[in-house]
Write a protein that binds this ligand. Structure first.
Ligand SMILES: [Zn+2]
Length: 496
């Protein structure tokens, strides 16, 4: 079924969006939340399980101390209050990927509450309120085989992998975000981006959206300005930054059409289709599911000592927003230029390239220019390119020294990416250095003059600008390796 949509700009003229985000983060602990099973991603299905995470009768959970510590780190970095005493709760529901038929989670007593994260949106600071940060266990993974969609409908059979069951999962819930207007979709994306960078800096998760270690539920509602908030929909398991933005945008366009037609938005979960950026209806939430939460009887309450919390607070790294402000001053770049670096996923790479000796301007130029283009062309992340910051710094150094020009530098990059070795090895093996040695250049210059007598005549008549043609001919003859400035001098020496 295709939905009626109102163009975004038009929708936003008549309605105010309210957004909210629930983010699930798999913690990067070595072992699971309540047992000693390891958590390595991509292992043989069901090879990382035990009686506890399979929910076998008689097995008892034990809390992973590192998971508590990581959650407190997240809470403190998000300016939250850390509970002096809290409990885990059983959330009862049946699902094949959850072997116990309940999930150990937190309900009315979360570990962290009442924080915020500041996000820069088009030059304005949006303070996103954090309602709660709580700890739970992840479920297993179902694989539906034989159908066209990968969903259970139409599948011939289903497989379940319990390796993920019991991995510590932190849920970060925002308060409703109001007043962002047309920036709502971007604000949602930038919030998740900032949160991801913060979590990465804390060292608590690898925050890989594509592997599902960071995933988002995006809530959107719409109402005329001044009216009470509208009914919200919840787009589930959005797993890329771009999709977070598109999910909000699509829901604004769709809900505006429903409201324009005098209809009412149904409270429901929706699925995002990554290929089209559209959402379709999932499960109705009009009748709220009763999970029959009760305090988990197999676990003692968690009461983190205050001095431990203060120790953790003292060990927090500089927040990414502060790092960016400091680097902007050090590198002398504008907010816009810093955004470009961050959006390209190049911040750490530029930092490391500068540390390896390149100037900030050179580091930016190569990572945001040539190397971003290569990453884009090959459909990989910048960080996944087989070239190191030290190698990029060395190439920049060779250009600065006049050994390479930009064109030759690009050939060196090609070779390094192709696995031919370090820049110096490539320059040596391919003979790529700029030729500025007069004896090597003189012959090419004289050949160019002889081959272009009319151009040479113009230069003799004082039309110096014509020298460019001869420089071009020499560059071509030397496959771009000649020192162009020296070639020009040699031509003018001969003809003027
Ligand atoms: Zn286990």
């Amino acid at each position: 079924m295709t939905e009626t949509l109102i163009p975004f700009a038009e929708a936003i003229e008549r309605y105010e969006p309210v957004i909210g985000l629930e983010t699930h983060v798999e913690l990067g602990t070595r072992t699971k939340m309540f047992c000693g099973c390891v958590t390595t991603f991509g292992a043989e299905p069901n090879s990382q399980t035990c009686p506890v995470c399979l929910g076998l009768p008689g097995s008892l959970p034990v809390v992973n101390r590192t998971a508590i510590e990581y959650t407190i780190r997240i809470g403190l970095a998000l300016n939250c209050t850390i509970a002096e005493w809290c409990r885990f709760a059983r959330k009862n529901y049946f699902y094949p990927d959850m072997p116990k038929n309940f999930q150990i989670s937190q309900y009315d007593e979360p570990l962290c509450t009442d924080g915020y994260l500041d996000v820069e949106v088009n030059g304005k600071t949006v303070r996103v309120g954090i309602e709660r940060v709580h700890l739970e266990e992840d479920t297993g993974k179902s694989l539906h085989v034989g159908g066209a969609t990968g969903r259970i409908h139409g599948a011939e059979y289903s497989l379940v992998d319990y390796n993920r069951a019991g991995i510590p999962l932190v849920e970060i819930v925002t308060r409703p975000v109001t007043g962002t207007g047309e920036d709502a979709p971007v604000a949602a994306r930038l919030y998740v981006t900032e949160l991801r960078d913060l979590l990465r800096s804390l060292g608590v998760s690898d925050v890989r959206m594509e592997e599902g270690s960071l995933r988002c539920d995006v809530n959107t509602s719409l109402a005329p300005p001044g009216a009470p908030w509208g009914t919200r929909t919840e787009t589930k398991n959005v797993n890329s930054l771009r999709s977070v933005e598109r999910a909000v945008e699509f829901e604004i366009e769709r809900q505006a059409a429903v409201l324009d037609a005098g209809g009412r938005v149904i409270q429901e979960t929706r699925h995002l289709h990554e290929d089209t950026g559209t959402t379709t209806s999932g499960r109705s939430k009009e009748e709220a599911q009763d999970y029959r939460y009760f305090p988990e009887p197999d676990l003692v309450p968690v009461a983190p000592p205050r001095d431990w919390v203060e120790q953790i607070r003292a060990s927090l790294p500089e927040a990414p927003a502060k790092v960016r402000a400091r680097l902007r001053a050090e590198w002398n770049v504008s907010a816009l230029e810093m955004d470009a670096i961050v959006n390209a996923g190049a911040l750490d790479l530029v930092v490391e390239t500068v540390a390896a000796g390149a100037s900030p301007a050179d580091a930016r130029k190569w990572w945001l220019g040539e190397l971003s283009r290569r990453a884009h062309d090959t459909g990989t992340e910048l960080t996944a390119l087989p070239i190191t910051p030290a190698q990029v710094a060395r190439i920049a150094e060779l250009v600065a020294a006049g050994t390479l020009n930009d064109k030759l530098a690009r050939q060196v990059i090609d070779a390094v990416l192709a696995g031919e070795g370090d820049p110096d090895e490539v320059v040596e093996a391919r003979g790529l250095a700029v030729v500025s040695d007069d004896s090597a250049l003189t012959q090419a210059v004289e050949e160019a003059i002889a081959a272009n007598p009319d151009v040479a005549a113009k230069i003799r008549d004082g039309k110096i600008a014509a020298a460019g043609v001869l420089v071009g001919a020499v560059m071509k003859a030397t496959r771009g390796q000649a020192d162009a400035a020296r070639v020009r001098e040699l031509i003018l020496e001969r003809l003027t």
